[in-house]
Ligand binder design. Structure first.
Ligand code: NI
Length: 197
């Protein structure tokens, strides 16, 4: 039986969807609509699964991010502890590191990205409380990756042009193949319909 909650999950936009390139606007106020969107985004993040999701990835060009960088450690981890960040911004960056990143909006691809090793981030939660957090390692990378989404930047915009073009071409071919297979099935259906008439 199909789970109705799973059926209602929002779709994650994928490269090269132009909506991923938009710059998102700040969230003005926290209302029921925003709370519902944040809850939906958390569901999508755990379902995919991912450790972070930004509103533009589900087609909403507002500065809202959900994150949970530890939940997949089911054995020793603290379990699910989703964090909702409204209007997050990076106050300080320090050092450099290279991290292998992937993205729910960039299917079938991972690449090394250079990031700041440590960041200090400020954001507001759903209750309107302001937080400041200093992060390093995976968490620092995740903050930078998600906040990039709010500015219309994907991690593949931070790798070499050569690697990005290789991926873009591979993706174009895959999408073309999907398109070609779609109409082919429709033709087969149309033909069998003709046969039966
Ligand atoms: Ni991403």
């Amino acid at each position: 039986m199909l789970d109705s909650a799973a059926m209602a999950l929002r779709e994650v936009l994928q490269f090269p969807d132009p909506r991923l390139k938009r710059k998102s606007v700040p969230v003005g106020r926290v209302d029921d609509e925003l709370r519902a969107l944040a809850a939906d985004m958390i569901d999508v993040m755990y379902d995919e699964p991912g450790i972070g999701l930004a509103a533009p990835q589900v087609g909403q060009a507002i500065r809202l991010v959900v994150m949970d960088t530890e939940w997949n450690d089911e054995e020793n981890g603290p379990g699910k502890n989703p964090m909702v960040m409204i209007n997050p911004e990076i106050l300080e960056r320090d050092g450099e590191l290279t991290w292998t990143e992937g993205c729910l909006s960039v299917p079938d691809f991972q690449a090394e990205v250079e990031r700041a090793a440590r960041v200090t981030v400020r954001y507001t939660d759903l209750e309107g409380n302001e937080h400041t957090e200093a992060a390093e390692e995976l968490r620092a990378v995740c903050f930078q990756h998600e906040i990039d989404h709010l500015d219309g930047v994907l991690f593949i915009d931070r790798i070499s042009r050569l690697k990005r073009n290789l991926y873009a071409n591979k993706r174009k071919k895959a999408l073309k193949l999907e398109q070609e297979e779609g109409p082919a099935r429709n033709t087969a259906v149309a033909e069998s319909a003709q046969d039966s008439s």
